[in-house]
Design a protein around this ligand. Structure first.
Ligand code: GDP
Length: 298
């Protein structure tokens, strides 16, 4: 049975003094457990190391209060530091810049990450909650099935999709989406770019060309939350080569422990805006750092 971190820390620290202050040694003992737990949750090694170091500095010398055990106190310090790392300075995770119509949103990510599903989920959310008129367009010229998939989802949720015209390049489709969004009085148009199975130069060049054409107000990277370190590598690459404004972590209904979220935020500095929680069209919600912190702490 997997022993969760809170139990482990309580075990390690229960013998410590209930008076005075947390000593460097007490904290170091606890943080060895924290480091192991972070690595088990698939947080990357450098991020785990930096995180533990910052908590060490914060916790050492803190007065031990009478009401809680040192173990609980360290858990609280770790919990608060996780939330700080996950949330950064973002006040509202789930807000998108869609105030000046027609606002372009560029959706990027690898094939299979859940990009098309997430495009439709966000379009539905913008329609239902924000009362926006949304147009979706698929730019996946190599995979007609992906274009078809977006059209089917659009019909299902009652959101318009740009008619498919064979033989156009992604940049031409992006231009046409803008024209249609302007003429049709749409508030938002979403560009679902092509994915690949892994990062390659051709994909990055294609996405960058679409970005230059569309000048998106948001560029959202969709990544599979279950892929751990790979997700972080993907995010780093897209952020460096295309530039992203935020991340959507999918498959958070799975049993991943959430480490990818922590690493991604620390490595890219970009906010996680939404999490995908299933295949259904309303299985998306704004990112709640405290839930991920809870998952990591166990
Ligand atoms: P794309 O290739 O990146 O466009 O990926 P798709 O949008 O086609 O999604 C691939 C599969 O993942 C589909 O079967 C989706 O229903 C599924 N999927 C997408 N997001 C989630 C999620 O948050 N949770 C779960 N469980 N499945 C998801």
């Amino acid at each position: 049975m997997f022993e969760n971190l809170s139990d482990r820390l309580s075990g390690v620290l229960e013998k410590l003094t209930r008076q005075g202050a947390l000593t460097e040694e007490d904290v170091a003992t606890a943080l060895r457990e924290v480091r192991v737990a972070l690595l088990e949750a698939d947080v990357s090694l450098p991020v785990a190391r930096d995180f533990v170091k910052s908590v060490q500095e914060k916790a050492t010398g803190q007065a031990v209060t009478k009401s809680v055990s040192p173990g609980q106190q360290v858990i609280k310090i770790v919990h608060d530091a996780l939330i700080q790392t996950l949330a950064g300075d973002d006040a509202n995770a789930g807000e998108l810049k869609v105030s000046s119509p027609p606002a372009p949103i560029l959706m990027v990510g690898l094939q299979g990450s859940g990009k098309t599903t997430t495009t439709a989920k966000l379009a539905k959310r913008l329609t239902d909650r924000n009362k926006k008129r949304v147009l979706m367009a698929s730019l996946d010229t190599r995979r007609p099935a992906a274009m078809e998939q977006l059209a089917v989802l659009g019909m299902q949720i009652g959101v318009d999709t740009l008619p498919i015209v064979a033989g156009q390049t992604p940049v031409q489709i992006a231009k046409r989406a803008k024209q249609q969004a302007t003429l049709g009085g749409y508030d938002v148009y979403m560009l679902d770019t092509a994915g690949r199975l892994s990062i390659d130069d051709e994909l990055m060049d294609e996405v960058a060309a679409v970005r230059d054409e569309a000048k998106p107000h948001e560029t959202l990277l969709v990544v599979d939350g279950l892929t751990g370190q790979d997700a972080v590598y993907t995010a780093e690459n897209f952020n460096t080569r295309v530039g992203i404004s935020g991340v959507v972590l999918t498959r958070m209904d799975g049993d991943g422990r959430g480490g990818a979220a922590l690493s991604m935020r620390a490595v890219t500095g970009k906010p996680i805006k939404f999490v995908g929680l299933g295949e259904k069209m309303d299985a998306i919600e704004e990112f709640h750092p405290e839930r991920i912190a809870g998952r990591i702490l166990g």
